[in-house]
Ligand binder design. Structure first.
Ligand code: GLN
Length: 228
């Protein structure tokens, strides 16, 4: 059973990233891999047994509430250390870093990724395309944020920005550390990029998964890439 943990959707659900869980479950089921989505509220402890943990984008106040809840017990960091897959989008990505600052205050992040996030001077909104090392084609998405993210010495970017802004620093987007992925790509990113969904399932099950006939999803992804 593939345990997909959708973290704090009531806080981190503003930008529709909840769809990432549905795409993973659907594409796993097409391979006869049983998958279950557990929605975990910020009022409840995070399960330790997740195979894939998902965090979405949010407004600043909701993001801070989520961060406070996730600090308890360091469950996410422990799961990631054991090899669990973590996909964190925008606000979710920012709170995995070492530090997150608003205009008024600074907060320690969860420390899963060596990045810091600080307020930017304008809102970064629009289509975004990123070339990662994972695929020989770009991933596409939509970004909507004002903070910018700087990589620390130990951090590797998720990818290079071909269109849009991403981290807003050095032409890079996101960060990656083993099975922990942070990116600014909403979309939901796994609906826009089915190959990335399959890669996360493979990382979670620890073996290659069979191809499926997903002509429509492929056609959609290719059409999006053609617009870059
Ligand atoms: N509040 C954060 C920012 O504006 C995150 C926004 C988001 O998750 N889309 O940078």
């Amino acid at each position: 059973m593939l345990e997909i943990i959708r973290i704090h959707n009531e806080l981190l659900g503003t930008y529709g990233d909840r769809g990432n869980a549905d795409v993973l479950k659907f594409r796993a089921s097409q391979r006869k891999i049983k998958a279950r989505i557990s929605d975990i509220s910020y009022l409840d402890p995070l399960p330790k047994s997740g195979d894939i943990y998902l965090l979405g984008g949010a407004e600043d106040a909701a993001q801070l509430l989520s961060l406070t809840a996730l600090r308890k017990g360091s469950i996410l960091a422990r799961a990631a250390n054991k090899g669990a897959v973590v996909l964190a989008i925008c606000a979710g990505f920012q709170l995995l870093g070492n530090k997150y600052a608003t205009k008024d205050e600074e907060f320690a992040g969860l420390g899963l990724l060596d990045v810091i996030t600080t307020p930017g001077d304008k809102r970064l909104v629009g289509d975004i395309a990123v070339q990662t090392d994972l695929f020989d084609f770009p991933l596409t998405g939509f970004e909507n944020h004002s903070s910018v993210t700087t990589l620390g010495a130990d951090a590797k970017a998720f990818g290079r920005v071909l269109q849009g802004n991403g981290n807003g620093v050095a032409g890079l987007d996101g960060a990656v550390n083993r099975n922990v992925f942070g990116t600014y790509l909403h979309g939901p990113v796994l609906a826009r990029n089915p190959e990335f969904a399959d890669l996360l399932i493979e990382r979670a099950v620890g073996e290659p998964i069979s191809p499926i006939d997903d002509e429509l999803a492929q056609r959609y992804a290719k059409w999006r890439r053609a617009l870059i």
